[in-house]
Design a protein around this ligand. Structure first.
Ligand SMILES: [Zn+2]
Length: 377
C-alpha cells in the first residue's frame, strides 16, 4: 500500500519523535529503559541480543525445571508434559485453553524463550490474553494531541476503539483474538515434532502486540497497523544469523498459505497473518533485498540512481533505476533525463515486477516462489 502524502509526513515526523523519546526514556518509570535511537527501539534492543551479528547457536539445552517434578519416574505410565502439550489444539486466543495459554505452557517447558530485553512484554501480553485483560503494550513517544486522537479513531474505524493510552507511551489494546498466536503455535508444534519431541528451545518470542497507530498512521480501517491487532510479530526463528537459512527453516514450519513479501526496516524480520496467508517483511540487506534499490524515505532516492548517473557515458540517453520502498511489496521504476546541467529523475511509478525476484539468496527466492506448493519427495 502506498502511503498518502499526509501519512508519509507523519512518518517523517515520527523519526524526530523517536529521538525525543530516546532522550526521555530514562525518565520513564524510574528505571533506565535503554531504548536505542532507532526507528523501532524495542526491535532494535531485541536485535542487540538476538542479532544478525549473533554468533553462537542458541538452542537451549539446559535441563528444564519442568522435568524435575518426578514426571520422568512416571514416564512409562503417563504422557510427558511436552507430549501432552502437543496434543492440545486450541481454538481461541483467550482463556485457559487458548493459544496464549498454550504458548505460556510452552515457555514453562522451555520450548519457547522470552529471554532478555528483546521480549519486553511478551510474557505479560500472553498473561493478559489468557487471563482476560486488555493487552498492555507500548508506542513510541509520539505526541498525541486530542485532534490526532480524534483522527486516529476516525481512521481506524471500530477496529481499535477499545485502545487507551495509559501513560506517556504505555497503551492497552483490548482484543478478542491475536491471529499470529495460532501461527506461532503451529510453528512450535512443527519444530517439536521435527525434534522428535525433544526438549529444546525452538522459538524466540518477542512482544507481539504493539501500539503502532502513530508509527504507521492508518489511512482507513483497512490500514490499521497489523502489530496493533495481534496479527503480526517481529521475530527470530532460533537461527544463528537471521539469514536466509532461518527464513527457509520458517517456511518449512509454516502452515500453507500465500506469502506476500515486502521490504521492512533493516532491523526486523516480520511475519503477519493476512487474508489467504502471510506477509513476510525482510530488510534491504544481506540475503534479502539489495540495499542498492532501497529508496530512502527521507530523500526519495536510492543508490541505483546514483550508480546509473555514474555509469552513464554521456547525457544523450535517459537513465532507468529500480527502487523498493519501506513497508511496500512492489518494485518501482524511475527514469532520468539530462536537463539544465543535471539528471532530473521522475517520480517513482509502480511496476508489475515481483519483489521476490529481487531476493538475493537464490535458495530463499526459490523457496518463496514455491511456498505452499506440494513438496517434491
Ligand atoms: Zn513488523
Amino acid at each position: 500500500m502506498v502511503m498518502s502524502h499526509a501519512a508519509e509526513q507523519l512518518h517523517h515526523e515520527h523519526d524526530h519523535a523517536v529521538d525525543h523519546a530516546a532522550m526521555q526514556s530514562e525518565d520513564i518509570g524510574g528505571e533506565s529503559t535503554d531504548l536505542g535511537r532507532t526507528d523501532r527501539p524495542y526491535v532494535s534492543n531485541w536485535l542487540d541480543e538476538n542479532s544478525f551479528a549473533r554468533g553462537g547457536g542458541d538452542v537451549d539445552t539446559r535441563t528444564s525445571d519442568a522435568f524435575d517434578d518426578g514426571s520422568q519416574v512416571r514416564a512409562d505410565t503417563t504422557v510427558s508434559p511436552i507430549a501432552s502439550l502437543m496434543q492440545k489444539q486450541p481454538t481461541t486466543t483467550r482463556g485457559p485453553n487458548g493459544y496464549a495459554q498454550w504458548l505460556r505452557d510452552a515457555i514453562a517447558l522451555k520450548l519457547v524463550s522470552v529471554d532478555g530485553k528483546a521480549s519486553l512484554m511478551a510474557k505479560e501480553q500472553l498473561a493478559d490474553l489468557a487471563e482476560g485483560r486488555p493487552v498492555k503494550t507500548y508506542e513510541f513517544h509520539n505526541e498525541v494531541t486530542p485532534a490526532r486522537e480524534k483522527l486516529r479513531r476516525q481512521q481506524t474505524g471500530k477496529k481499535l476503539d477499545d485502545t487507551h493510552r495509559v501513560s506517556d507511551w504505555e497503551w492497552t489494546i483490548n482484543m478478542q483474538i491475536a491471529p499470529i498466536l495460532e501461527t506461532l503455535v503451529a510453528v512450535v508444534k512443527a519444530r517439536v515434532k521435527a525434534n522428535g519431541g525433544a526438549k529444546s528451545t525452538v522459538l524466540h518470542l518477542g512482544q507481539f502486540v504493539r501500539a503502532d497507530m502513530w508509527f504507521d498512521p492508518p489511512d482507513g480501517p483497512s490500514g490499521v497497523p497489523i502489530h496493533s491487532t495481534g496479527s503480526a510479530v517481529d521475530l527470530f526463528f532460533v537461527g544463528k544469523t537471521n539469514g536466509a537459512e532461518d527464513v527457509l527453516h520458517l517456511l518449512e514450519d509454516l502452515p500453507p498459505g500465500k506469502i506476500e513479501v515486502f521490504r521492512d526496516t533493516d532491523s526486523a524480520l516480520h511475519l503477519d497473518r493476512r487474508a489467504g496467508g502471510y506477509g513476510l517483511g525482510v530488510p534491504a540487506m544481506g540475503d534479502y533485498l539489495p540495499p542498492e534499490n532501497a529508496i530512502d524515505p527521507k530523500t526519495g532516492r536510492c543508490p541505483a540512481q546514483k550508480r546509473a548517473e555514474t555509469d552513464a557515458s554521456d547525457h544523450s540517453r535517459p537513465l532507468v533505476a529500480k527502487g523498493i520502498k519501506n513497508h511496500n511489496g512492489h518494485v518501482f521504476r524511475s527514469t532520468a533525463t539530462w536537463q539544465n546541467g543535471a539528471w532530473q529523475w521522475s517520480t517513482w511509478s509502480e511496476t508489475s515486477e515481483s519483489l521476490v525476484d529481487y531476493i538475493q539468496s537464490a535458495k530463499l527466492r526459490e523457496a518463496l516462489e514455491n511456498f505452499g506448493t506440494p513438496k517434491k519427495t
